[in-house]
Design a protein around this ligand. Sequence first.
Ligand code: KQY
Length: 365
Amino acid sequence: MKLLQTTPRADGFRMPGEFEPHRGTYMIWPQRPDNWRLGGKPAQRVFAKVATAIAEFEPITVCVNADQYANARAMLPEKVRVVEMSNNDAWVRDCGPTFVKNGDTVRGVDWDFNAWGGLVDGLYFPWDKDDAMAEKICELENADRYRTEGFVLEGGSIHTDGEGTVVVTEECLLSDGRNPDLKRSEIEAHLRDYLGVEKIIWLKRGIYLDETNGHVDNIFSFSAPGECLLAWCEDKSDPQYEISAENLAILENTTDAKGRKLKVRKLRLPSPITITKEESEGVDAIAGTLPRKEGDRLAASYVNFYVVNGGVIFPTFCDPADEEARKTLEEAFPGRRVVGIYAREILLGGGNIHCITQQVPKGGA
Ligand code: KQY
């Protein structure tokens, strides 16, 4: 497939909202023992549940390193397509392509990926195989590709409404490990050019202690043009309270690219979740990888759900707030089946359901 020298904006392409129709979904199989406890076995079972749930709604492909191919094939149902593809870890939202479309044509944006901060505060080294994934997925999808060499970004750090608005966090996009030489206005120009958006809404910070430098996809999501969900904390003594309140004030005092005021739904967070001794001891210590220490607080959030054709897949944590989250999602996504999956094992690796999935939009208006 072609490597394009223009930009999506110049070619009339835009990033659709996640709630628009999908051609399918991609995931990557987890295995690295310095991120996933017990050699990735518990996480693999949960990834298999997520892939199986998605397969009820749309085609799904799971990309797997060669040494795990047979295992992944055996653990996944037949209707899940399994392809061998070298990777460093399992976060396709972040290292995979962000798809943009213009009518029936779908193309990929291949961001420069540096494992959430490179040598400044990245989460592992090396990341070269992950950085090569977007190109390979574009090949599988017959999609031409734009590459943003030297401009670092992950798919989890942007959320679009498909109608000209993107939401990001300052904590992430202005972090020292991404694009330290670019001014805010230059970052905005890249977002306009590669996502085909007009309006950029800057939230301040993401979920407390989120190791991605506060990816927006864990704290905020559009559910429809003009409607969104914000991770919410009721406990004023929790550092998360101020973070969520600050973002709410921004959202309530802005308009989107179409001039609409946003309808904001609060999605209450689960109670703080921390790593147990047993969980910590199951992870291999390797220099250069973020350690998983007993007692560390994890960035659990229901906002990290994934919207599929006809459904919503959301993480549950065995918390009383799980049921409330389901109800809020059912209200925000009328007509879709809301499916909860116990996601503690994904959380232990540093993410939730949205970060392990990436959608390919369907062509069409
Ligand atoms: O987008 C994400 N939440 C991925 C986090 C990566 C964690 C790597 N240990």
